[in-house]
Design a protein around this ligand. Structure first.
Ligand code: KIV
Length: 273
């Protein structure tokens, strides 16, 4: 099998996202950070590609998402946009580019849209950033919210454990979700929260809710592509389903290449001019 057979080959828009929620069609989303991967991910039938700030961990080897810069996110998003024909491309606004004030947030949002050609932006946070979200929306830029575990706030939490297990945090999350939906966000990501709470949010807001570690009662799922393909090691949260063991496949192939070079088997007569 070489991919999912899509029933609608048109470019996915934020409006199509909304229709999918209304029609009860699940939304499949994955991250990508480079041209080659995004081309495969798009052709295989995902509805949306997230140029996540997880590029900071996955591509650059940082411990957190905090160090990645606006220029670096723009570089990744440009590469992904060049590859994609159908999927909606959403780019994360990196840490520090929208938290200072709304004016700076809009300027940085405009820069990402102008320089990358992506379709929408994702921002972490609830009522604290809602004014900035509104200003970005007023500039004509679609925004996806992100609640629950917000990796840009890892230094505040001190842990990557499940969020909103206690009632107070759960109630704040529900009111944040409503505030973002009321502000005009086209969708919401919920990361690592109890499935029951994610299902409640999904039924109480009228925009699509995409989950990662948030159970099956949401409108769609997102995973980090390197995790679900088994490229990354030492990261096995309960929510992660591995669809391949690319780490082993790549290691075997590279090991064979090294053997062939060292033995003089590669290149052979047909592999030279
Ligand atoms: O950066 C990212 O990959 C994300 C997903 C985990 C949702 O924000």
């Amino acid at each position: 099998m070489s991919g999912y057979i899509v029933d609608d080959a048109r470019k996915v828009t934020t409006r199509r996202f909304q229709e999918m929620k209304e029609q009860g069609k699940k939304i499949a989303m994955l991250t990508s950070y480079d041209y080659t991967t995004a081309k495969i991910v798009d052709a295989a039938g995902v509805d949306a590609i997230l140029v996540g700030d997880s590029a900071s961990n996955v591509m650059a080897g940082n411990q957190t998402t905090l160090p990645i810069t606006l220029d670096q996110m723009i570089y990744h998003a440009q590469a992904v946009v060049r590859a994609v024909k159908r999927a909606l491309v959403v780019c994360d606004m990196p840490f520090g580019t929208y938290q200072v004030n709304a004016t700076e947030g809009v300027a940085n949002a405009v820069r990402i849209m102008k320089e990358t050609g992506c379709d929408a932006l994702k921002l972490e946070g609830g009522v604290e950033i809602v004014e900035t979200v509104k200003r970005i929306l007023e500039a004509g830029i679609p925004v996806m919210g992100h609640l629950g575990l917000m990796p840009q706030s890892i230094n505040k939490y001190g842990t990557y454990t499940v969020r909103a297990k206690e009632e107070a945090e759960a109630e704040k999350l529900v009111s944040d979700a409503k505030a973002l939906a009321d502000a005009g966000c086209f969708a919401l990501t919920l990361e690592k929260i109890p499935a029951e709470l994610a299902q409640r949010v999904t039924s109480e807001v009228n925009i699509p809710v995409i989950g990662i570690g948030a159970g099956g009662g949401v409108d769609g799922q997102v995973l980090v592509v390197a995790d679900m393909l088994g490229m990354t090691q030492g990261f096995s949260p309960k929510f992660l389903r591995r669809y391949a063991d690319l780490n082993r496949i790549m290691s075997d192939a590279i090991g064979q290449y090294v053997t062939d070079v060292k033995s003089g088997d590669f290149p052979n007569e047909q592999e030279q001019y």
